[in-house]
Design a protein around this ligand. Structure first.
Ligand code: O7M
Length: 217
């Protein structure tokens, strides 16, 4: 995944036509598309393969099981065409290792979640999970755009691992704030796919990011 636009679309729609339409409209502003359960359950797993023909797909199954089950899930996702998967870290080193092995390292690990409830259980353990992600050879972590200070803290822990940050737009976070704090990519869902003009919505976020990147040049 090459950081060009620095936007990952969270494609949390449930219909095939809408999914393909949004990707088609916003494609020139995206580096990847994140596919989660709503779309997979709405359309079927084949949507992973279909979208993968248009853009790199991050399969956000938030994998959280024993090592053997994790391995089976990751193998299926990769066979369907995913470029990377997303796993939870709270299941521990062995479970994460199974994901790393099955994907040849193409795993992003959830650390602290972006919603208010994320502060209850995920915040207190996020730093340990981030350290584990680095030690186990994951590609990156997921950290909250709603709390840029936490992205900065995670950056100190994970070094050069990729940080992808959800919570921009509908959850109140700002793309440039997340990038300034140390994120490599922002994850944006509703702010794009619920917009009347999805291409324009993606362009607006892309322009905000481009302004920020020019500012730090
Ligand atoms: O922009 P939104 O709020 O419509 O969508 C955000 C997306 O990011 C949505 O797909 C969530 O499932 C996901 N997400 C969070 O919002 N918060 C998190 O802490 C973690 C994720 C995520 O992508 O985890 C991998």
């Amino acid at each position: 995944m090459i950081p060009k636009h620095r936007i990952i679309l969270a494609l949390d729609v449930t219909e095939r036509t809408k999914a393909l339409q949004v990707v088609d409209n916003a494609r020139s502003y995206l580096d990847a598309v994140k596919i989660n359960w709503p779309l997979i359950l709405g359309v079927g797993p084949v949507i992973i393969s279909d979208i993968a023909k248009l853009a790199p797909v991050i399969c956000d199954l938030k994998i959280a099981d024993i090592p053997n089950t994790n391995r089976l899930i990751v193998e299926r996702a990769m066979q369907l065409g995913a470029s990377a998967v997303i796993a939870h870290g709270f299941t521990g080193n062995d479970s994460l290792k199974a994901c790393v092995d099955a994907s040849e390292g193409r795993v992003f690990v959830v650390t602290e979640m972006s919603h208010p409830g994320g502060e209850e259980f995920t915040s207190p353990n996020a730093e340990r999970i981030a350290a584990m992600a680095r030690e186990q050879g994951a590609m990156g972590i997921v950290a909250p755009a709603t709390r840029p200070d936490r992205i900065s803290r995670m950056r100190e822990i994970v070094g050069s691992l990729k940080i992808i940050a959800p919570g921009v737009g509908a959850q109140g976070g700002k793309a440039s704030d997340a990038l300034r704090a140390g994120a490599d990519f922002v994850i944006v869902g509703r702010a794009i796919y619920t917009a009347e003009d999805t291409a324009k919505a993606a362009e607006n976020i892309s322009n905000e990011i481009a302004d920020y990147l020019r500012e730090i040049e």
